[in-house]
Write a protein that binds this ligand. Sequence first.
Ligand code: FES
Length: 108
Amino acid sequence: MNLIAQNWVAIGSLHDIPPQGARCVENGDTTIAVFRTHDDRVFAMEDKCPHKNGPLSQGIVHDNCVTCPLHNWVINLETGLAQGADEGATVTFPVKLEGETIYIAVSF
Ligand code: FES
């Protein structure tokens, strides 16, 4: 039987991320972009666009989406899915806020 444990890791404060911005954290070989929306919701996904691996953390956050800075694909921050006619998905990670501390769940 394979057991995958999830570990909630505190990665900083909500105020470390500008509204409608992102901050990156490293988890092994994976760079995770943690996004803050204009209304202080947080989302976490791999910092890799499903199109050609563009750095989503440098994109524009709007509503619950981010627009990739390279070719303007729009990625849903909740699902990681490309929107509209584009197809593909970015890996997302569970994330939660406790007070102003952000936690992400990583598997090990
Ligand atoms: S790499 Fe993101 S839209 Fe092309």
